[in-house]
Design a protein around this ligand. Structure first.
Ligand SMILES: [Zn+2]
Ligand SMILES: [Zn+2]
Length: 282
């Protein structure tokens, strides 16, 4: 069996070369003793990885590129059928998608790491139902880069909450697995329980567009006594589909006095929401 050492840059080791070496050695040993398959493509992982997904699958995620809607972050390629702009990947400041031209959101801006398709859908499922925390940290590192790239300014980080009943059943909130390490990476205070879901999602597996909006409208509130007044909030979730959940959360935060709300998600359903995507969130 091939054993190869991970690059030092693959994992933070607090800058300590001895600690780094120990991590590398432990990884190599683990990969010999406990060979594992990539949880997406099932190829044997040749290096021990905390993230149980091979490099090829991770590299297959499709980061959102090119001009994006200035507000909701939807790639222009999904609604514009015209030729690509001459400015290449430069971001025009005022480009808006049809939905953002027609109405306004509860959040100020939303951005996502990659398109919700193929291997990323399976990775999100792993995060959501198997609590793979290293994958949450991997996503957090990419969201940190995204926050820097788009100069997203915030004072606190808040996860989109589950209803307490759902959280009790699952034992954790998948948004928390991303938002908590992200807050640490950004050096911002983390407010895990600032926002609560007061009304559960309907039990139906697939919701229509209207049901989806109805199910989240007014379904979130800030916890009494929580301090959000005049703060800029970074609101984190795994997937943005219609934007209804981020919108409802942002409205609750704004009602409690938040100065601004930026939605940040790992994945973005880049097809038009009317195409009938399944609401996988919550
Ligand atoms: Zn793979
Ligand atoms: Zn938009």
């Amino acid at each position: 069996m091939a054993v190869s050492f991970r690059r030092m840059s693959d994992r933070p080791t607090s800058g300590n070369p001895v600690a780094g070496w120990l991590v590398e050695a432990a990884d190599a040993l683990t990969s010999v003793l406990f060979p594992a398959d990539c949880r997406i493509c099932e190829r044997l992982l040749l290096t021990s990885r905390r993230v149980p997904i091979c490099e090829a699958c991770l590299q297959s995620f499709a980061p959102l590129q090119g001009p994006l809607c200035a507000t909701c972050g939807l790639p222009a390629s999904t609604w514009s059928l015209g030729p690509p702009s001459q400015s290449g990947h430069q971001q025009p400041a005022d480009i808006l998608c049809p939905a953002c031209r027609m109405g306004s959101w509860g959040f100020d801006r939303a951005r996502s790491f990659a398109e919700y398709k193929n291997a990323l859908i399976r990775a999100i499922v792993l995060l959501k139902f198997e609590q793979i925390e290293p994958l949450g940290r991997w996503f957090a590192e990419h969201l940190r880069a995204l926050a820097n790239q788009h100069n997203l300014q915030a004072d606190i980080v808040v996860p989109v909450p589950l209803h307490r009943q759902r959280q009790r059943e699952r034992g954790y909130n998948q948004a928390d697995l991303i938002a908590r390490p992200l807050a640490r990476l950004l050096g911002l205070p983390y407010r895990a329980v600032l926002l609560v879901r007061t009304r559960p999602r309907p039990n139906k597996q697939v919701l229509t567009l209207e049901e989806r909006w109805d199910s989240v409208r007014g379904a979130f509130a800030t916890r009494p006594g929580s301090q959000v007044d005049n703060l800029r909030v970074l609101l984190v979730d795994d997937v943005m589909t219609t934007g209804a959940t981020l919108d409802a959360c942002a409205r609750a935060l704004r009602a409690a006095g938040a100065k601004s709300v930026i939605g940040l998600t790992v994945a973005r359903a880049a097809r038009h929401p009317l195409a009938g995507l399944v609401e996988s969130n919550q």
